[in-house]
Design a protein around this ligand. Structure first.
Ligand SMILES: *Cc1c(COP(=O)(O)O)cnc(C)c1O
Length: 425
């Protein structure tokens, strides 16, 4: 038995029963039974620090006790849990709370559309609505972007391995270079403007421009304020719906509730999921500018839209963390601490590594996938879950819970530092 890994015999039972498609259980081969905050417990009773946070679905930590108390009370009262999209007090309270605490303070006004529970469901709805509004088919998305596994979202996703799994031609999206894709000297927004304005560029007029402000799966590539503002301006110029996919970078991950606040954007549609429920419960939604809400009643439907338990936990998360600026300031501060430690670690090993990201979404680019892989495997043996991302999984991705305490954060970073040093030895 290696480090915190479970006995191979036990892991093999999963291999016999669960599809080959399983993935995280291969990178982190242990059986996890309990969790709280930033710590997961294996069945064998070993503690593991979690820097993956459900791929960004657990911004407030595992089993957040303040949120859990609200959910437990809701369950105890026999209030409606599943109600399709029926009107319930839980849904009204969520929309009112979100409007007053999140939207109004940021001078934003949107309608809520609850979609099926996954991020991909919400991306599909955003693209479908953009196409309906504009009568156009093409969507501009960006190289290395990630938007989900369903066919429409996948068509806008760059990764070849995932695309190849589709089994049918993926259509309806044109990929453009993201900020920095062609090096610091090339402004890729200029290129985008040029090809969209040119009547003979071969790029069809887009229904939507779909963008992440920081590409999560694509390698923690952070777009600049100026670039994002240009992309929004281009969308307006060419009559495309400007959609920000804030599924992974929203809900505080970059320090502000929405990842686009630092650039003062006002997207036409915002897509939220992952940490929206605050508790790891599935919940996805679109924020839609009122003029774009051209759906016919029931035109886009789904059984699990706006699950009430998830709406209750989402409301609790907003009430607990977003009523004042303190939490946001703390996330910015912890993000800076993380960044300076990662930069120091990079500097220890010459100039072979790069640190990127925003807030508490940081990437440590090892350039070589073998280094990233060996380091994250060693880190797991020492008791740290940290994942990789980027086109060839060469970037170590740091997504600790936003609520992590400094001691646990530093301990996790120590384990990473040791693992990298051992890998490079
Ligand atoms: C995770 C993710 C999605 C897909 O969400 P699922 O719930 O896995 O379908 C879409 N966009 C971004 C940016 C994501 O990080």
């Amino acid at each position: 038995m290696d480090g915190v890994s479970s006995e191979p015999r036990k892991m093999q039972a999963f291999g016999a029963l669960e599809s080959n498609v399983r993935s995280y259980s291969r990178s982190f081969p242990a059986i996890f039974s309990r969790a709280r905050g930033s710590i997961m417990l294996t069945e064998g009773g070993q503690k593991v620090i979690d820097f993956l946070s459900g791929a960004g679905a657990l911004n407030y930590g595992h089993n957040n006790h303040q949120i859990k108390a609200v959910i437990t009370e809701y369950l105890d009262s026999d209030a409606v849990v599943h109600g399709l999209d029926l009107a319930t007090p839980a849904k009204l309270k969520f929309m009112e709370t979100f409007s007053s605490i999140i939207l109004r303070n940021r001078n934003l006004q949107y309608r809520f559309q609850f979609t099926g529970p996954t991020g991909a469901n919400a991306v599909e709805a955003a693209l479908k609505l953009s196409r309906k509004v504009t009568g156009r088919q093409n969507v501009i998305s960006f190289m290395r972007g990630y938007h989900g596994m369903s066919l429409g979202a996948m068509a806008a996703t760059g990764n070849r391995f995932y695309r190849a799994g589709s089994g049918v031609p993926l259509s309806g999206a044109t990929f453009m270079p993201y900020d920095g894709y062609l090096g610091p000297a090339v402004d890729t927004a200029d290129y985008l403007r040029k090809v969209l304005i040119d009547e003979s560029s071969g790029i069809d007029c887009p229904a939507a421009i779909l963008v992440e402000t920081v590409q999560g799966e694509g390698g923690i590539n952070a777009a600049s304020k100026e670039w994002l503002q240009s992309i929004q301006a281009i969308a307006r110029e060419v009559g495309a719906v400007f959609v920000v996919d804030d599924i992974q970078m929203g809900c505080g991950r970059t320090g502000d509730f929405f990842s686009f606040e630092f650039a003062a954007l006002s997207p036409d549609i915002v897509v939220l999921s992952k940490s929206l429920s605050g508790y790891g419960l599935p919940l996805s939604m679109l924020l839609i500018r009122e003029e774009l809400d051209v759906w016919q009643p029931g035109e886009h439907t789904g059984t699990f839209r706006g699950n009430n338990l998830a709406l209750v936990s989402a409301t609790a998360a907003i009430n607990i963390y977003w009523r004042c600026r303190i939490f946001s300031e703390e996330v910015h501060r912890m993000g800076e601490l993380m960044r300076s430690r990662l930069e120091a670690i990079a500097a220890e090993h010459g100039n072979n590594f790069a640190v990127r990201g925003r807030g508490m979404a940081l990437g440590f680019d090892c350039q070589k996938p073998e280094i990233a892989e060996a380091t994250t495997r060693k880190a797991f043996d020492k008791g740290l879950i940290v994942e990789r991302c980027g086109p060839v999984d060469q970037v170590v991705k740091f997504l600790p819970a936003l609520t992590i305490d400094l001691e646990t954060l530093n301990h996790g970073l120590d384990l990473f530092e040791e693992s990298l040093a051992e890998t490079l030895k």
